[in-house]
Design a binder for this molecule. Structure first.
Ligand SMILES: [Cu+2]
Length: 226
């Protein structure tokens, strides 16, 4: 149900992240419903005129304290379950990135995304690097490493369909990765308020079949692609 409300997931690790979203939604949703039902029930049941005196309880006896301790323990158990699920997703996305087949340098600046690819020499950082504005081309089914840099303030690289969101911090080089599982065009947004033009800091990631990507790259190297 929750996954149906989210943008379509098109990365290898997105399912794990959606599972954490779903777990949190149901745990929090369950307690929300229980709390609201009790709130309405108590408000009606103990309304003025029905009960003469309230009891002042300090929770000194274990039986009284149990009203607080048992719910606290139940919440803690659910909390630990969310932690465990969250850690599995975190380890998958952040701790052991797979070997990358393509590396792209992403430079954020007010208010654009620049994507830099290796040029003819096949290495990033050379004089023949190719840079594109707001358009990231990647092949489907390949592990892509993005190296994030900022020229000015803090931005955040967000591709909702990839379940990938990573802050981009000036002075730091932050690495993220993804493996897209479906061809298509997906929005890139900046999700850190970064100035007046923040709302317009959009790009697109174009996931292409291997042959389409190879053709685009050949055109780019020949100077024809945009
Ligand atoms: Cu920004």
């Amino acid at each position: 149900m929750v996954a149906g409300l989210l943008p379509e997931n098109v990365t290898s690790f997105g399912g794990q992240i959606d599972w954490v979203f779903t777990l949190i939604f149901y745990v929090v949703g369950f307690f929300f419903v229980v709390a609201e039902i009790l709130l309405v029930y108590f408000a009606l049941h103990y309304r003025r005129g029905r009960v003469k005196h309230a009891i002042y309880s300090r929770g000194a006896k274990l039986r009284e304290a149990a009203w607080v301790l048992i719910p606290a323990a139940v919440v803690l158990i659910f909390d630990l379950a969310i932690d465990a699920a969250g850690h599995r997703a975190w380890a998958l996305v952040k701790e052991n990135p797979p070997q990358a087949e393509l590396e792209v340098k992403v430079t954020a600046k007010q208010f654009n995304w620049n994507f830099t690819y290796p040029g003819k020499d096949g290495k990033l950082g050379g004089a023949n690097d190719l840079t594109f504005e707001n358009e990231l081309h990647v092949p489907v089914g390949k592990v892509v490493r993005v190296v994030l840099n900022s020229e000015d303030v803090i931005h955040s690289f967000w591709v909702p369909n990839f379940r990938l969101k990573q802050d981009v911090v000036p002075g730091r080089r932050i690495v993220a990765w993804f493996k897209a599982t479906k061809t298509g065009s997906y929005e890139i947004a900046c999700s850190e308020l970064c100035g007046f033009g923040h709302y317009s800091m959009r790009g697109v990631v174009i996931v292409q079949s291997e042959s389409d990507y190879a053709r685009w790259r050949a055109e780019a190297l020949a100077g024809g692609a945009k």
